[in-house]
Ligand binder design. Structure first.
Ligand SMILES: [Zn+2]
Length: 237
């Protein structure tokens, strides 16, 4: 095998490795996963927001319930005094009675606020539960997707390893200087540094070479390094 045929084999392996790497980077599961993760992050934000509202309402309810207990205790204390017989002045009795009436009115209004807080809190709690269920479902979907992706990556990595070994073998037969020229061209020209001349067209740029150019190339000795004058790649004939 000539140096140039060996170089074409290196090119073939490099192209295969590039394609595998591209396939690895553009797995459909990868974009599906990022969509799922985006949705999960949005859900998480809504859960945080709704939970905070629910907790604020619950805290208000707790505070109001405390207020009701305080009013209850005060009312009971006053009623005890009212019916204990220890207070006999009617003016004082009237004053206590008036205070009890006012405290009961106040208690009734606070109890209404407790009910309002409960009514406000219930749908928020249900909303948080629904969002959490949705988030859990999304999480397990993501987990399954990650597993599929990991499996595909393992398979692609194995193919890349096989191609890399073959590439190392082929590269061993190419002189280092030719290899350097090839690598430089490959880096500049979309991953293709060497191409075969098929008939009168370059398989690197797919352009037909002028017949004078083809004649010139064919006259060169077999070990001469020839470049496509259209794309600059190493031309193997
Ligand atoms: Zn070309």
């Amino acid at each position: 095998m000539t140096n140039f045929e060996a170089l074409l084999q290196v090119q073939e392996r490099d192209t295969a490795i590039d394609q595998l790497r591209h396939r690895r980077a553009t797995q459909p599961e990868r974009s599906a996963l990022s969509v799922l993760e985006q949705r999960a992050a949005e859900l998480e934000a809504r859960i945080t927001q709704t939970s905070a509202r629910r907790d604020a309402v619950a805290a208000r309810q707790t505070q109001l319930e405390g207020e009701v207990r305080t009013l209850d205790a005060r009312i009971q204390e006053l009623e005890r005094r009212l019916y204990s017989g220890t207070v006999s002045a009617s003016r004082e009795l009237q004053a206590i009675s008036a205070e009890v009436t006012s405290l009961k009115r106040r208690r009734s209004s606070v109890e209404d606020e407790v009910l309002a807080a409960m009514e406000e809190g219930e749908p928020l709690s249900r909303q948080v539960e629904a969002l959490e269920a949705e988030r859990d479902e999304l999480d397990s979907e993501s987990q399954a997707m990650r597993a599929v992706l990991a499996e595909a990556e393992v398979a692609i990595d194995a193919e890349i390893a096989t191609e890399s070994t073959a590439r190392t073998g082929a590269a061993g037969a190419v002189p280092p200087e030719l290899m350097r020229t090839y690598e430089g061209l490959r880096a500049r020209l979309d991953g293709i540094g060497a191409a075969r001349l098929v008939g009168s067209s370059c398989s690197g740029c797919h352009l037909v070479l002028p017949s004078a150019e083809v004649a010139r190339v064919k006259k060169e000795p077999p070990d001469a390094l020839v470049f496509c004058d259209q794309c600059g790649r190493i031309l193997v004939r």
